[in-house]
Design a protein around this ligand. Structure first.
Ligand code: GLN
Length: 481
């Protein structure tokens, strides 16, 4: 077993027992990065020098010596944070995001910043302003997105764990495509301070890890109240690792009928249902349930998210941040050409959609309607979580697709069908691998819980992980030789 193959909790044990030093662990990960990065392209920036200095200092805390990757829309002081956009290609934040601060306090070491779809808009990293990341299971396939770099890095052993952000599925979908674990926390559980805003009422930062125990460890480190984020919730925090124990006896699990009756990849459906059966055999009570408003979720998301994005992205005018177009006669021309040259096509598409949905005359028909649908969706979930501990669905309707296969943006949006309702309702959800399809690509299973039910989700996910014992490794980059 190579060091880069170990989950965080095992690396920590080795470091604690002084079998390896943080510097040796770090060196092993950079060697691995050198081995696979040319093929996978998970990173935008590597921070080898800073990481080396840190590994030589005394480190303490629950993540002491653990090398992690950070999605490149999370601010890092003194380290470029590009959002994979030409507009921020040379932007160096003057401060750390709260999550980065907390990881540092916990003793973690940052390996580098990972690739994403520009401003986190997309599901494949094909919208990256730099280059796409490739799926370590099959280099002709996308790793998912928008946190595709983070998920691919973890899957390839190029990071022990990573942070992603999830506005409509961007942690869970790439985790599913890359055969790793991705957790989107409850809205307000993790500070968004320093996360470059996409759609502020939906965005949440969370961990992407090799296993469920590691997700609990990282969530412990990053969660909790932050006065710098007004939407962060002040409540007592449990130790999430306490939930890493087996048992689903008596847990009530719902399977949303509306999801399973949709037309999607039969292999995905079969694999998810087989996993559910294992939980049932382990003592969970499983029933079919109804989410009548689920039908509106995708449409509501693709109005609310672009509307918020159009407002959030108004700040990139060439005056204060990043790229500025040169040689313009007038200030208004400078604004226009900076934005025309700086943003990629998908970002422009979202800004136009959002601006349209918010403009007078259309506001009531689109934005207001979408907000009303949002309330209905949230009420559906609230109602179900009075009776059920968890809901289970596939994370994605298909496994990883090939580059270029989703050339119509609407097709790409459809891939978010199972993940966006979670963000709309603000609830937590995890994706974990539950098998491989006949092409050898990983299948993701999604568990959703009520607000702040991360503990329950982690316990059920850990139990399922033990039952399934999914040990496959990505073949393309030479996982477990
Ligand atoms: N794929 C979705 C989108 O393109 C979700 C993105 C995200 O969660 N950041 O908007």
């Amino acid at each position: 077993m190579h060091l880069y193959e170990l989950p965080i909790h095992q690396l920590r044990d080795k470091i604690d027992r002084q079998e390896v030093s943080p510097a040796e662990v770090l060196a092993a990960f950079y060697r691995r990065i050198n081995e696979v990065e040319e093929r996978v392209k998970a990173y935008i920036t590597l921070t080898e020098e800073q990481a080396g200095v840190r590994a030589s200092e005394p480190l303490s805390g629950p993540l002491a010596g653990v090398p992690l990757a950070i999605k490149d829309n999370i601010s890092t002081a003194g380290i470029k944070t590009t959002c994979s956009s030409r507009l921020l290609a040379n932007y160096v934040p003057p401060y750390d995001a709260t999550v980065v601060n907390r990881l540092n306090q916990a003793g973690a070491i940052i390996l580098g910043k990972t690739n994403l779809d520009e401003f986190a808009m997309g599901s494949s990293t094909e919208n990256s302003g730099l280059y796409p990341t490739r799926n370590p299971w099959n280099l002709e396939c996308v790793p998912g997105g928008s946190s595709g770099g983070s998920a691919a890095a973890v899957a390839a052993g190029a990071a022990a764990g990573a942070l992603g952000s999830d506005t409509g599925g961007s942690i869970r979908q790439p985790a599913a495509f890359c055969g790793v674990v991705g957790l989107k926390p409850t809205y307000g559980n993790v500070s968004r301070y320093g996360l470059v805003a996409f759609a502020s009422s939906l965005d949440q930062i969370g961990p992407i890890t090799k296993d469920v125990a590691d997700a609990a460890l990282l969530l412990n480190a990053i969660c909790g109240h932050d006065p710098l984020d007004s939407t962060s919730v002040d409540r007592p925090q449990p130790d999430y690792t306490q939930f890493i124990k087996e048992g689903v006896q008596g847990m009530r699990i719902g399977l949303p009928r509306e999801y399973f009756s949709m037309d999607f990849d039969q292999e995905v459906k079969t694999s998810v249902l087989a996993a559910v059966q294992r939980l049932e055999q382990a003592g969970a009570r499983v029933e079919e349930v109804s989410l009548p408003s689920a039908d509106f979720a995708l449409a509501a998301y693709y109005i609310i998210a672009p509307a918020e994005a159009s407002s959030n992205l108004a700040r990139y005018d060439g005056v204060r941040y990043g790229y500025r177009s040169k040689q313009n006669a007038k200030l208004s021309e400078m604004f226009t050409s900076t934005r025309s040259q700086g943003f990629g096509d998908e970002v422009k598409r979202r800004i136009m959609l959002g601006t349209y949905a918010l403009s007078s005359g259309y506001y009531d028909a689109y934005y207001l309607k979408a907000q009303q649908a949002r309330t209905l969706i949230k009420e559906d979930f609230d109602q179900l979580f009075k009776e059920y501990d968890l809901l289970i669905s596939p994370t994605t309707p298909t496994t990883a697709f090939k580059f270029g296969e989703m050339s119509d943006p609407i097709d790409m949006y459809q891939a978010d069908i199972f993940t966006v309702p979670v963000n709309i309702a603000g609830i937590p959800a995890i994706s974990l691998p539950c098998g491989l399809d006949s092409k050898g690509l990983p299948i993701g299973l999604q568990m959703m819980g009520g607000h702040f039910a991360e503990g329950k989700i982690l316990q059920a996910a850990y139990t399922l992980e033990q039952l399934l014992a999914f040990k496959e490794q990505p073949a393309e980059v030479g996982g477990a030789e």
